[in-house]
Design a protein around this ligand. Structure first.
Ligand code: KG4
Ligand code: ZN
Length: 350
């Protein structure tokens, strides 16, 4: 089964074609980062308009890249949430319209389910069950993945996401947007221990996170300081170490609590070198293994949406013609593939 995947939940327009037998046959991502940079963050209305302009040409390019006729496509999967509602609607409407025109089944996919299933795009993927650490600009959570559609949230952030904390701290240090990679690069030149920031919620049991206090601690620490290059690097290093220690400690705690032996790391912050090293070492020390999808699968992409949609469509899951998009959509509402949605499908497991 060949599935066209469409992702427009935030500031990446992405299109992919995933074949059940051949794997990924096309994968294209356009990042809007230049469009939003001068605003210091994503502007939802600009994001929606840019998705409208780029999506259809990108689908045409993906079809050309795969060297197939549009008629070869067997189904369409789009990100139905969570995300920016206007941006989501662009993908949802186009997916529905294309599906109607081509007579294909169309399915709305949960963005985080896409991230969680990404390891299957790589050789040597871990078997279920595993623990996933999802760390991006919008999300920070630990999930027990027992199978497709079988997710238990073990812990999540009570305020800022880890990537958001990176971005806000970077802004404070005068680095551009998005600040995570720039802050990580600056931290390379900083001295460990020059600034000691709190490890939020490490002293408490449980697997939740909180990063807003850490951000405040940075604000307080730099107040009145002359922020020369060396001091900024020291602050960046202190901040990065605090975030990394917290994410690693909670991830290992989650492995211990569930008894699972595999940890999958997903989301943009998963690109952080020091985090990757520490998770790898920590997992190995307890006889477990950390898996890191390659960077282009860690950040937002449509390969993961096509893959997740493929699992559901291949299991016979179907939706009616309603255009569905949800800004908020709790992950634990998902079920194993197979249940169909909408009034045309009264047998649905809702
Ligand atoms: O998953 P992603 O591309 O987009 C979503 O948020 O959905 O994640 C982007 C986030 C941003 O906050 C960015 O600053 C952060 O990931 N990030 C990093 C690094 N690379 C990207 N944070 C820390 N270290 C990095 N090397
Ligand atoms: Zn994402």
């Amino acid at each position: 089964m060949l599935v066209l995947g469409i992702e427009t939940s935030c500031d990446e327009t992405a299109v992919a074609l995933y074949d059940g037998e051949k794997g990924l046959v096309a994968n294209r991502v356009f990042s809007q980062v230049e469009l939003h940079r001068r605003h210091g963050g994503v502007v939802p209305e600009l994001a929606s308009r840019d998705h409208i302009e780029r999506l259809l040409p990108m689908i045409e390019a993906a079809i050309a890249e795969a060297g197939i006729a549009p008629q070869a496509i067997d189904g369409i999967a789009y990100t139905a949430g969570p995300g920016l509602i206007g941006a989501l609607l662009v993908g949802a409407c186009l997916a529905r319209a294309l599906g109607y025109a081509l007579g294909l089944p169309v399915i709305g996919v949960h963005h985080l389910e896409g991230h969680l299933l990404v390891p299957a795009l790589e050789p040597g993927a871990p078997d279920f069950p595993f623990v996933a650490l999802q760390v991006s600009g919008g999300h920070t959570l630990l999930v027990e993945v027992r199978g497709i559609g079988q997710y238990r949230i073990l812990g999540e952030t009570q305020d800022d996401a880890a990537g958001e904390a990176f971005d806000k701290t970077a802004k404070l240090l005068g680095l551009g947007y998005p600040g995570g990679p720039a802050l990580a690069a600056l931290a390379e030149r900083g001295r460990p221990g020059a600034f000691e920031f709190p490890r939020p919620m490490l002293d408490r049991p449980g697997l939740d996170f909180s990063f807003s206090g850490l951000k405040t601690a940075v604000v307080v620490a730099v107040r009145g300081l002359e922020l020369n290059e060396a001091t900024r690097a020291d602050v960046a290093r202190g901040f990065e170490d605090a975030v990394v220690d917290t994410l690693v400690a909670k991830s290992l705690r989650a492995l211990r609590a569930t008894g699972h032996e595999a940890l999958v790391v997903a989301g943009g912050v998963g690109a952080n070198r020091r985090l990757r090293q520490a998770l790898k070492r920590g997992a190995e020390a307890m006889g477990a293994r950390a898996y890191f999808p390659r960077p282009e699968f860690c950040t937002d992409n449509a390969a993961m949406i096509a893959l997740a949609g493929h699992h559901r469509l291949a299991a016979g899951e179907r939706e009616d013609l309603a255009v569905r998009a949800r800004a908020r959509w709790p992950l634990d509402e998902l079920r194993a593939p197979g249940a169909s949605m909408g009034p045309d499908f009264p047998a649905s497991g809702s």
